[in-house]
Ligand binder design. Structure first.
Ligand code: UDP
Length: 246
């Protein structure tokens, strides 16, 4: 079956979900850093999902503040630059925790790099307990290792937490054959296999993240993080998205 012939998937029930958003998604219309209003809107999306009965955890990137590759390109040692990138994700995580709590949600930041005066260290069982109690767990500092990305961190935590899906919130409402902002007749897919995404280099997430999800049979759901109510709609099986599975 060709890619374009894939049928829409039947709605699935996801009890526990990891949501990955890039740091850039927090910038709003700005060019750098955290836009408070955007952060609040994202917080509403996540809190609404929890109120509707889904256990949620989050991985937020750091690209709105610092990317290791950029530092390395300017002559920094790559590992040090990557640690700076990981610290940027902690700032985003704290901003999101604050925004969630400001609207009455409950959240905990758990960092892969221990910094106990700022947030809890990442302990898998503790994260599980928080989620069982309905708290939103925000995983900060990526995997805690340089030379990785927050996409891989998201896949790793989704597997560790036994998530039913990895949701990737993006600028557009799914995976397209080409960048829909540049190519007018780009095709949007309702469904793809892991293999198709990797073989066609569709650049949804890092290849290592996709492989990890394939090996663990966890579907990746790509949807627009900028559509109001988009997360709740996709969780309820009525939103627009691309589902990547076997
Ligand atoms: N990073 C890292 N190890 C990880 C996760 C992230 O070294 O496990 C660093 C890396 O330098 C990366 C930066 O943190 O560039 C920010 O993460 P990412 O680029 O994935 O953020 P996003 O593009 O999602 O905003």
């Amino acid at each position: 079956m060709s890619l374009a012939e894939h049928q829409s998937p039947a709605p699935r029930i996801y009890k526990r979900v990891l949501l990955k958003i890039s740091g850039e998604a927090l910038m709003g219309d700005g060019q750098y850093g955290i836009d408070q209003a955007t952060c609040e809107r994202m917080a509403h999306e996540v809190v609404d999902a929890v109120n509707a009965g889904t256990e949620m955890c989050l991985v937020i990137g750091g690209g709105n503040i610092f990317r290791g590759m950029q530092g390395a390109a300017k002559g920094m040692e790559r590992a040090s630059a990557d640690y700076m990138g990981m610290l940027a994700t902690v700032m985003n995580a704290l901003a999101m925790q604050n925004a969630i709590e400001a609207i009455g949600g409950r959240a905990r930041v758990l960092s892969a790099i221990p910094m106990v005066t700022v947030c809890e260290p990442y302990i898998r069982r503790r994260a599980m307990r928080h989620m069982e109690k309905g708290r939103i767990v925000i995983f900060a500092a990526g995997t805690g290792n340089p030379f990785f990305t927050t996409d891989t961190a998201a896949a790793l935590r989704a597997a560790e937490m036994g998530c039913d899906a990895l949701f990737k919130g993006t600028q557009v409402d799914g995976v397209y054959s080409a960048d829909p902002k540049k190519v007018k007749d780009a095709t949007r897919y309702d469904r793809l296999t892991y293999h198709e995404v990797i073989a066609r280099d569709l650049r949804v997430m890092d290849t290592s993240a996709i492989s990890l999800m394939r090996d663990n049979g966890i579907p990746i759901v790509v949807f627009s993080i900028h559509t109001r109510g988009g997360l709740a709609d996709v969780l309820a099986g009525r939103g627009v998205c691309t589902t990547i599975s076997d």
